[in-house]
Design a protein around this ligand. Structure first.
Ligand code: APR
Length: 242
């Protein structure tokens, strides 16, 4: 039996599936990673200048412009066949998608149960109060725009040195512990705590499948490694799931 067929059998028999995704699943949608996007004008800055509370306090306008540029790029991108296949899997089986991506493409593709560990770049929150802000609440007279409380709005993503949203992390831990099959896709598996979620599943005897076009830090714990591009392998895998 081919590895992809074996993986599909595990998914077909699963009662609960958790999927951890990273930048690699959006690569074929044309979304550059944070570091890849730091070219041209942005190459002169340390990542912490553009994505930390300290960086924002030092120069809110610069950080806002960086995010506006990334938002414009992401708005031009569409979910790829891998995102769509993953949404189709959820129509067949109980699936929780846990993503490190901030691009929102899983939801756009039709996935319903999505846990965005690092937030969503299209949303804003109040820099001081932390609460999410709707677009119609923003005072756009300044750059960055302001929350009704008078402080700046910021992108609702997790910056360097910040905690992950507690409720989202708790839900991800619970989904990982309950999964009997855990699929890891397009992540290097080095950023914590996301990288530890598949270990929680493995400890409880879950089958671990990885899709990555290269070896990753999580390859050693995978029972099956599908060494392929996500947009190619995911549709193939899901077509074999009954
Ligand atoms: N198909 C499958 N895998 C791919 C593809 C592809 N088309 N393209 C790249 N990959 C793999 C790479 O081999 C690599 O292992 O995806 C992984 C991408 O790794 P990273 O760029 O490190 O992204 P990620 O794991 O999501 O990083 C985690 O770090 O930069 C922070 O907060 C950011 O959420 C991000 C976190």
């Amino acid at each position: 039996m081919l590895d992809v067929e074996k993986a599909a059998t595990w998914l077909s028999n699963a009662k609960s599936i958790a999927v951890l995704t990273g930048a690699g699943v959006s690569a074929e949608s044309g979304i550059p990673t944070f570091r890849d996007a730091m070219d041209g004008l942005w190459a002169q800055f340390e990542p912490e200048r553009l994505a930390s509370r300290q960086g924002f306090m030092a120069d809110p306008k610069l950080v806002w412009q960086w995010y506006e540029e990334r938002r414009a790029t992401i708005k031009r991108c569409r979910p790829n066949s891998g995102h769509i296949a993953l949404a189709e899997l959820e129509a067949k089986k109980p699936v929780t998608v846990i993503t490190q991506n901030v691009d929102g493409l899983h939801s756009q593709a039709g996935s319903k149960r999505v846990l965005e560990l690092h937030g969503n770049i299209m949303r804003n929150s109040c820099f001081i109060e932390g609460k999410l802000l709707r677009d119609d609440e923003l005072d756009t007279a300044s750059v960055p725009p302001k929350c009704p409380c008078g402080s700046y709005a910021r992108p609702a993503v997790v910056w360097f040195g910040e905690f992950l949203p507690e409720d989202v992390l708790e839900a991800a831990i619970s989904a990982s512990r309950h999964a009997d099959v855990f699929l890891i896709a397009g992540t290097s598996g080095v950023v914590q705590p996301a990288a530890s979620l598949p270990l929680l599943a493995a400890e409880r005897g879950a089958r671990i499948i990885e899709i990555n076009n290269q070896e990753s830090a999580l390859t050693p714990i995978a029972h099956i490694s599908l060494r392929s591009n996500f947009a190619v392998m995911m549709p193939k895998l899901v077509s074999l799931v009954s």
